[in-house]
Design a protein around this ligand. Structure first.
Ligand SMILES: Nc1ncnc2c1ncn2[C@@H]1O[C@H](COP(=O)(O)OP(=O)(O)OP(=O)(O)O)[C@@H](O)[C@H]1O
Ligand SMILES: [Mg+2]
Length: 365
């Protein structure tokens, strides 16, 4: 379908073309070359994720980081320390922004479980992801008045469709596009569906964040990843001006190539970064394993070490639950590992939390 409709940024774009776009526009030579690079990096990531001592180590860390970065694009700022504290020191009151980031994490996990269980991602699923994120049941937009403004100048950049039936029709078309496998690479389709979702802008708020969750779920849906371990939002926030500009240029001058290349580079760079992080985590696991074996051999227990990687902010209860040991033994383990410098204890609220310091530093990056 040709995208030759003139767009006026102040008028609701009810003429947003249905998918798919012309193949010639999204399968240029430059794009196909970049697809190869992104595929290689992503395939390496898919494989490397299995080399971790425990896959949930990365899953926890990446989802938290993705949640943090993606929310930062919306100016919801919290720190890694606050996030881990909120998950471990459960009695402590949590500030509003940290709660919002944790909701992002919950929305992402809910979406992932849905995709794995059902094998598809539909409109209802997308609505429920946004519901968790925004903590309201407003659903798809029914009232006009939504527009995207430049946060500094207040100038209107884009006004999405405002007619409910049009929004529903566009969403059904997007749903089919997302779930079908055709001749176009899923990495190219990833870029196309993200553009379309943001352009439909089906919700009153949270479209950016819902769309970024869908991106990672899309990769899982089509087997490009086995778990949502790619934090694309890190790249997006670093290149936010280009991200906005290129989303706009598809409509303004049909620049599909620029947009698709941007998303493919995001996949490639982020996958590489995650690959290096996995290698560092694996290296650290072996290093700490040796350190315990050398300095406190009686405290060496593989399951315990794995737990300390899964929960970089650990506490006695976690050991009691997982290892089925008494509080006294658990406490001996943790304070013993603190003595050899592997953990650092911190009193948070009314609890003592033991931080796997080197791992935490690594995960923050
Ligand atoms: N010209 C454009 N066309 C389509 N979508 C756009 C355009 N410019 C920006 N967007 C999308 O709109 C999103 C912002 O929409 P909204 O405020 O509903 O989402 P959010 O999740 O609350 O915010 P944010 O994305 O800033 O976190 C941007 O993240 C981007 O994905
Ligand atoms: Mg918003």
């Amino acid at each position: 379908m040709k995208n030759n409709v003139k767009v006026n940024s102040n008028i609701p774009f009810n003429e947003l073309p249905l998918l798919p776009p012309d193949n010639a526009k999204i399968e240029t030579i430059a794009i196909l070359r970049q697809v190869t690079l992104a595929s290689i990096a992503l395939a390496e990531l898919k494989g490397l994720a299995y080399t971790l001592p425990n896959p949930s180590i990365l899953l926890n860390a990446v989802i938290l980081k993705e949640a943090q970065m993606s929310s930062e694009i919306e100016n919801v700022i919290t720190t890694h320390d606050k996030l881990y504290q909120a998950l471990s020191a459960t009695g402590k009151p949590i500030d509003h922004e940290t709660k919002e980031v944790l909701r992002y994490r919950e929305a992402m996990l809910t979406g992932f479980n849905m995709v794995m269980k059902k094998g598809f991602l539909n409109i209802n699923g997308i609505v429920s992801i946004q519901e968790i994120l925004e903590e309201n049941k407003a659903g798809l937009r029914r009232l006009p008045g939504t527009s995207l403004k430049n946060s500094i100048t207040g100038e209107v950049i884009y006004t999405p469709p405002d007619d409910y039936d049009t929004i529903l029709l566009l969403m059904k078309n997007l749903e089919s596009y997302m779930n079908e496998t055709d001749v176009i690479s899923h990495l190219i389709k990833l870029a196309v569906q993200h553009y379309q979702f943001e352009s439909i802008h089906p919700f009153y708020d949270g479209n950016g964040r819902t769309g970024r969750i869908i991106n990672v779920l899309y990769l899982c849906l089509h087997g490009l990843l086995d778990s949502p371990v790619l934090y694309l939002s890190d790249y997006i926030i670093k290149h936010k001006a280009d991200y906005y500009r290129l989303l706009g240029e598809v409509k303004i001058n049909d620049n599909w190539e620029g947009w698709v290349l941007f998303m493919l580079r995001a996949v490639e760079e982020t996958a590489r970064q995650t690959n290096n992080q996995i290698k560092s985590i694996n290296g650290l696991f072996l290093k700490l394993q040796d350190k315990i074996k050398e300095n406190a051999p009686k405290l060496y227990n593989k399951e315990l070490l794995e737990l300390l990687f899964e929960q970089p902010y650990c506490k006695i209860e976690f050991l009691v639950d997982r290892l089925k040991i008494s509080r006294v033994t658990a406490s001996k383990y943790l304070s013993g590992l603190e003595k050899i410098g592997m953990l650092q204890s911190k009193k948070i609220w009314k609890e003592t939390i033991y931080i796997n310091i080197e791992l935490f530093e690594l995960l923050k990056r």
